[in-house]
Design a binder for this molecule. Structure first.
Ligand SMILES: Nc1ncnc2c1ncn2[C@@H]1O[C@H](COP(=O)(O)OP(=O)(O)OP(=O)(O)O)[C@@H](O)[C@H]1O
Length: 225
């Protein structure tokens, strides 16, 4: 589903954020991405969603070499990739429903299709009953679940998360991680960047480790897929 082939990324005027990174993620696999601050985790995720381009090497998502995508194809690629951020990036001046519907409205779905998909996404994160509430009235964990509903509303085949539990206590963090596992169980490929080593160890999933821009290890923890 995802393949990095000798990928390097140097930002303009900066040092190399990624150096010769190669790895693969199978379809329907869930893996964690860890590493010290500045190791290159966010950069690696940004390359997959085409927020950045590699300086060298190739990134494949769903068989597509992203270097070969024309600018006009970028929106179609982005629909295949759901993204969850630590700070939710929700719009606080409109209800939960509208926040989740936003990607569909941009993609031009009819209001009826939109309603069906938004409710399915909210149901999948257990928030159907809060659709008319404003995100500002919700707890941190609920806000993060709204962010996840928005990320999956387009039914992406790849779900990326950058520190999705950064502000949450251990119990809520575990709940959020279990949601990601549920998406994996229905065939979504999931990659989660996190500092939360204790949580990763409890989850027993594959762990990709970045160290100063290099993929320093690839551990399969426990026996869960
Ligand atoms: N837009 C940019 N321009 C220049 N340098 C950048 C840019 N984005 C990231 N960097 C640099 O690239 C390196 C990797 O950054 P990145 O954000 O990918 O690391 P990270 O592992 O996600 O860190 P953190 O855990 O702190 O979020 C760092 O040295 C960072 O300063």
């Amino acid at each position: 589903m995802v393949r990095f082939d000798q990928v390097s990324k140097r930002y303009a005027g900066g040092k190399e954020a990624l150096s010769g990174v190669s790895f693969e993620l199978d379809r329907g696999e869930l893996a964690f991405l860890t590493g010290h601050s500045g190791a290159g985790k966010s950069t690696l995720l940004k390359l997959m969603m085409l927020m950045e381009r590699p300086s060298r090497g190739q990134v494949f998502v769903d068989g597509q070499n992203l270097n070969r995508l024309r600018q006009g194809q970028v929106p179609y690629h982005r629909r295949k990739v759901g993204v969850v951020f630590q700070n939710h990036q929700l719009l606080f001046d409109r209800p939960v429903y509208d926040n989740v519907a936003l990607p569909l409205q941009i993609a031009g779905y009819s209001p009826l299709d939109c309603a069906r998909r938004v409710r399915a996404a909210l149901d999948s994160v257990g928030l159907l009953h809060l659709e008319q509430r404003n995100p500002i009235e919700l707890s941190g964990g609920e806000q993060q679940r709204v962010g996840i509903a928005r990320a999956v509303v387009n039914k992406p085949s790849l779900l990326l998360a950058d520190e999705p539990t950064g502000n949450l206590d251990p119990e809520l963090s575990a709940e959020i991680m279990n949601l990601f596992v549920r998406f994996q169980q229905v065939g979504v490929t999931v990659l989660i960047a996190t500092h939360d080593i204790a949580l990763i160890e409890r989850m027993g999933k594959r762990r990709l480790i970045l160290d100063h821009g290099q993929m320093g290890g690839d551990l399969h923890v426990g026996n869960a897929g």
